[in-house]
Design a protein. Sequence first.
Length: 232
Amino acid sequence: MKKRLFLFVFMMVTSTLKLTGTDRSVLYKIYLSKGELDAQVICDGYFLRMSPDEINKSLRDIRQFIRAVLCAVMKNKTREVDEAFLINILHIHGYIINFIEDAWVDLDTKKVFKAKKGKPVSGNAVQLSRYWSWMEQAQNEKLHCYKFYASCIDYLIVLLRAHFLVPCKDEEALEDMEDRWLHWLVERLGCKLDGHLSFGGYYSENIELFRQIFQSWKDDFEQKKQIERGKS
C-alpha cells in the first residue's frame, strides 16, 4: 500500500501549504515544509529520534498539512477528490496509527522506540499512548492524536459514503468493505475516541450509522444473490 503523497502534487500547491504559527513542530520545520509527506520516512526516519512531546506536535502539523493539500486538489465544482488520492491519505493515517500502537517510551531517555514483533519490551519503558495520557493529566498538555484519529474517520466516511451510494457488485467488494474499511472504522478508530468529551458521542453515532448502512448494503446484495439463484 502506498504511504506517500507524491512530491509533484505538493509542488503544484506550494502556496496552500504555508501553515501559519510560530509553534511548529520540528518535523514541519525540517521535513513537511519542503513539500513532501511519506509516512514511512516520518515514522522510521524522524519519529524514532523524537520525544513524545515532539511526536504529539507533529501529529497536529501532519493533520493540517494533509487538510491543506486536500483542499488544494479538490475539484472546484464537485468539491470531490479522486478516490485513489483519498485512499492514499487513509494509508498515510493508517501507517502512522500503526506506529503509534507499536511505539514505546524509554523513561530514562524520554526517547521513543518501536517494539519488535513477538518480543516483550524490557527495561524502564511505557507505551507511547499511555505516556501521552500522563502528559495530558499531569502536565495539562493538549494531545493532538484525538483530532488525528477523528480526521482519519472523516476521510474514511467520505470514502464509505461514495461506496454505499451504489449497490455492492460482488463478493470481493463485500469482503473488502467488511474486512478492511469497516474493520478500521469500528475496531481500529472508533475505540480510540470512545468516551472522549469532544469527539466520543459524535463519532460513536456516526460509526453506528455507517454500521447500519453497511448492513443494509450487505442485505441488498444477499437478496439480489438469492433472486439470481432462483432464476437459474
